[in-house]
Design a protein around this ligand. Structure first.
Ligand SMILES: Nc1ncnc2c1ncn2[C@@H]1O[C@H](COP(=O)(O)OP(=O)(O)OP(=O)(O)O)[C@@H](O)[C@H]1O
Ligand SMILES: [Mg+2]
Length: 265
């Protein structure tokens, strides 16, 4: 299988500009990667695509504030045959040489995230305190973290000593023509409908200045496309998939409904 000749199981990913080559270099040079960007803009899809392209297994961990070091590294469990050690997902990734993707890493407590430090610098080691072992990362192991900056994150941020271990990729919504191609492909709709949805999305994103805290992501535009493709009337689909998820505020909902009406006449 050649990289330029995508196999049928290649995840669909439309490149924005240079991120594929940059990621490949990071992988080759054993550099950890941080993907920053708003919800639904393609971070997870990019990692899935890169794992496929680099032919590495992908192990994804969703971070939350109860996540403990044991959840990542592993724990002793009591079974029929006595007590046995069970690797956590991070340890499995380290042993297998997988790409380990920690989604929404700022949700994890800082004392949990510290376990990543020796893995994300030249040491490439995972010390397992509970067993006394130190596992060297297999070739191909790569740490990738994602987060959504400026998202009610006044109190939560990463320590500088964590941040500075990663090469950062800035993600954002693609330019309109590219976003329309993505919506058409993923929503399985005609290009003209995809363009109309992206035009609506662009207008709705401008409501940020009028207080809309969450603006529509590519994911929401795709959801609307799928509903319309399934036969739901355009206005209903846009309301259910785009307007209602974004706000409960009557004035903003009204403004968004008006934009939907003006976009599909
Ligand atoms: N560049 C792209 N190429 C192909 N599909 C894309 C691209 N960008 C976005 N998408 C589509 O948008 C959807 C949402 O993207 P994805 O799940 O990767 O977002 P995300 O940035 O990981 O969001 P979150 O922060 O909420 O996890 C994908 O399932 C895919 O259909
Ligand atoms: Mg994601």
């Amino acid at each position: 299988m050649s990289k330029d000749d995508p196999a049928p199981d290649a995840p669909y990913y439309l490149e924005n500009g240079g991120e594929v080559a940059l990621f490949e270099q990071c992988h080759r040079r054993q550099l950890a990667v941080m993907l920053k960007g708003p919800t639904g803009c393609g971070k997870t899809r990019f990692v899935e695509y890169m794992a496929w392209r680099l032919q590495r297994p992908l192990i994804t961990i969703s971070c939350h504030d109860d996540l403990s070091t044991s959840d990542l590294v592993g724990r002793f469990l009591i079974g029929a045959a006595g007590t046995a050690w069970h690797d956590g997902p991070l340890t499995r990734a380290v042993r297998e040489g997988a790409i380990c993707y920690l989604d929404e890493v700022v949700e994890a407590r800082q004392d949990t995230v510290v376990v990543l430090h020796p893995l994300s610098d030249h040491r490439r080691m995972l010390p397992i305190d509970k067993t006394g072992d130190t596992v060297a990362a297999a070739p191909g192991f790569q740490l990738v973290v994602s987060y959504n900056p400026g998202y009610q994150r006044m109190l939560k941020d990463m320590k500088p000593s964590t941040r500075q271990r990663f090469v950062a990729f800035d993600f954002d919504f693609p330019p309109p023509e590219r976003e329309a191609a993505i919506v058409a492909h993923e929503g399985q709709v005609e290009p003209s409908l995809a363009i109309a949805l992206v035009t609506l999305g662009t207008r709705l994103r401008q409501l940020r200045d009028r207080g809309l805290a969450e603006v529509p992501s590519t994911r929401l535009l795709i959801a609307a496309a799928r509903l319309i493709g399934g036969g739901i009337p355009v206005a209903d689909a846009c309301y259910a998939a785009i307007v209602a998820p974004l706000s409960d505020e009557p004035a903003l909902v009204g403004a968004m409904r008006d934009l939907v009406g003006a976009s599909f006449v």
